[in-house]
Design a protein around this ligand. Structure first.
Ligand code: HEC
Length: 143
């Protein structure tokens, strides 16, 4: 009993060490917190993010699927709290994005820390929902 526990622990440790968690995976884990995801979905609707963004499709603004892999968490927090300020300070990523998206500056949404955490959790949960749907479609397509 004790022995198998030790073996299992060793296996889990090996798996954990073999796959160091990236920031994006940390977010996906946060995405598993249903209360936070719900809060994020509310903020997403209330602040009308979907007027300009899709998750898994592009609108007038960038597709937000995979954004936690493209950007550092630090950048995302700063951007979501004050996109206008970052553009004014000439943030190189923000300015390049703005050029790419018809020079439309993203408005400030006045988000709290909890709102930002919720939005990132919501985006992560939408990404995994999409990934599951794609996987099901792929399985159905197999002869
Ligand atoms: C009026 C349109 C508009 C609204 C509303 C809007 N955005 Fe944006 N967003 C943009 C544009 C356009 C960009 C590209 C940068 C720029 O042009 O300022 C952007 C960039 C971003 C980025 C960076 C994307 C990347 O690839 O790095 C994130 C993250 C983001 N927006 C999240 C949000 C969230 C979350 C909301 C809701 C709270 C929101 N946006 C509301 C237009 C909008």
């Amino acid at each position: 009993m004790v022995r198998s526990g030790v073996v299992l622990g060793g296996v889990l440790l090996a798996v954990a060490l073999a796959a160091p968690r990236t920031e994006a995976q940390e977010r996906t884990r946060v995405g598993a917190n249903p209360e936070l995801v719900r809060h994020g979905r509310n903020v997403w609707q209330k602040k009308r993010c979907a007027a300009c963004h899709g998750i898994g499709e592009s609108h007038s603004g960038p597709d937000l699927a995979g954004v936690a892999e493209r950007r550092s968490l630090d950048w995302l927090y700063r951007w979501l709290k004050d996109s206008q300020g970052m553009l004014k300070k000439g943030d190189s990523i923000g300015v390049a994005l703005m050029r790419e998206y018809n020079n439309v500056p993203m408005p400030n949404a006045k988000l709290s820390e909890k709102d930002v955490n919720g939005l990132l959790a919501f985006i992560a949960s939408e990404e995994s929902r999409l990934a599951r749907a794609e996987e099901r479609a792929r399985q159905r397509a197999q002869p």
